[in-house]
Design a protein around this ligand. Structure first.
Ligand code: SAM
Length: 306
C-alpha cells in the first residue's frame, strides 16, 4: 500500500507497518526536524521525504509529488497516518491554547489532506486533551477516539488517543514491567512515568517522588543514588527496535523517543488492516460518508475554542 505519514518524526509508523507485516509500496513522510529525518533515512532509505506539511499538495484525490524541482507526478494514498504536534493541547501543559495554537493547529493540515486524498484508512494519534478539542477532532474525523495506555504493551505509562477507521480492539496486557527493560539498577515501580521530549534534562529525587515525573533508575533499594533511563531503555519503553535511534546525539535520541509513538500500540492497530483486509477495503471512504460533514460549521466551532 501507499502510505502518507504526516509529522512522521523518526518514522515509528513505518516500523509499526513492518511489525504488522504490511507491505509498503511507497512511504511518503512529512517532517521538518533534521535529526528525526536523519534517523528515519538511516533506517528506511527508500522513504520519500516531503518536508513541511503546509506545503504538501493534493489534487483529484492524489498526492502531488515534486520531482526534479520542476516536474511532478501524482500518487494515490491508501493509508494516512500522523500524530500532530501536541504542545498546545496536552492536559499536562498549564498554558495550553488548544487547536488555535500554532503547532497543534497543524492538525488542520491533516484534515485538509484527509479530505483531499480520501485514503482507504487513516489513523491520527494525539495526547489526552480538553474535551472541546477532542470533540472538534472527533467531529472532523467522523470517528470516536480510542484511549490506550501504552503500558498494555510495554513498561511505559503513556496515555494516548487514537482516531482511526481501522476496526480494532484494544490490546491485552502483555505484563511487561520496568525491570524487564533495564540495563542495570533497580526501580520502585512496575511501569515508567511517561517520557516526553524534555526527558533528556533528567529529574531529581524531589520531582520524582513528589511530582511523579521523569523516571529515575536507582543504584540500590535505598533509592538515593540515581540516573536517567538510557536511550536504549527508552527505545525499549517505546518498543522501538534497539539501536534504531543510534545515529544522532543522546539528546536528540531522547527528544525523538519522547515525541514518538509506542510502536507496538500502532502495529497492533495496523494488524487489523490485514485481518479485515478485503472487507474493509470495500468499505472505503469513497462512499463520502465522512465528507458529508459541514466543514464550515466545524470551522466555526474551531474559532470558538480556546
Ligand atoms: C508528536 S511528534 C510525532 C512523532 C512521530 N509520530 C514519531 O513516531 O516519531 C510531531 C512531529 O511533527 C513535526 N512537525 C512540526 N511541524 C511540522 C510541519 N510544519 N510539517 C511537518 N512536520 C512537522 C515535529 O518535528 C515532530 O517530529
Amino acid at each position: 500500500m501507499n502510505v502518507l505519514s504526516l509529522f512522521d518524526g523518526m518514522s515509528c509508523g513505518r516500523i509499526a507497518l513492518d511489525k504488522a507485516g504490511i507491505k509498503v509500496d511507497k512511504y511518503y513522510a512529512s517532517e521538518i526536524d533534521k535529526y528525526a529525518i536523519q534517523v528515519a533515512k538511516a533506517n528506511y532509505p527508500d522513504t520519500i521525504h516531503l518536508g513541511d506539511v503546509q506545503k504538501i499538495q493534493a489534487k483529484g484525490g492524489e498526492l502531488i509529488v515534486p520531482f526534479n524541482g520542476e516536474f511532478y507526478h501524482t500518487d494515490s494514498i491508501d493509508l494516512l497516518i500522523g500524530g500532530s504536534p501536541c504542545q498546545d493541547l496536552s492536559i499536562a501543559s498549564a498554558n495550553r491554547i488548544g487547536l488555535q495554537g500554532e503547532r497543534s493547529g497543524l492538525f488542520f493540515e491533516y484534515v485538509r489532506l484527509l479530505k483531499e486524498l480520501k485514503p482507504i484508512y487513516f489513523l491520527l494519534e494525539n495526547v489526552r486533551m480538553s474535551k472541546e478539542c477532542e470533540l472538534i477532532i472527533t467531529e472532523m474525523l467522523g470517528v470516536e477516539p480510542v484511549a490506550i495506555n501504552s503500558n498494555l504493551v510495554s513498561a511505559h505509562n503513556r496515555h494516548r488517543l487514537y482516531w482511526t477507521n481501522i476496526p480494532f480492539t484494544v490490546p491485552t496486557d502483555k505484563g511487561i514491567i520496568l525491570t524487564d527493560i533495564l540495563e542495570d539498577g533497580v526501580v520502585d515501580r512496575d511501569k515508567s512515568h511517561c517520557i516526553d521530549a524534555n526527558y533528556f534534562k533528567g529529574g531529581n529525587l524531589k520531582s520524582y517522588f513528589e511530582k511523579h515525573r521523569r523516571q529515575l533508575v536507582f543504584t540500590d533499594h535505598t533509592y538515593t543514588e540515581y540516573r536517567k533511563l538510557t536511550p536504549l531503555e527508552c527505545e525499549r519503553l517505546q518498543t522501538v527496535p534497539e539501536g534504531y535511534t543510534n545515529h544522532v546525539s543522546n539528546t536528540q535520541r531522547y527528544r525523538m523517543l519522547g515525541n514518538g509513538w509506542t510502536v507496538d500500540v500502532v502495529s497492533h492497530i495496523f494488524k487489523y488492516i490485514q485481518e479485515f483486509g478485503d472487507q474493509t477495503f470495500t468499505k472505503s471512504f469513497h462512499d463520502e460518508e465522512m465528507f458529508d460533514h459541514d466543514f464550515n460549521d466545524i470551522a466555526i466551532m474551531h474559532e470558538n475554542v480556546s
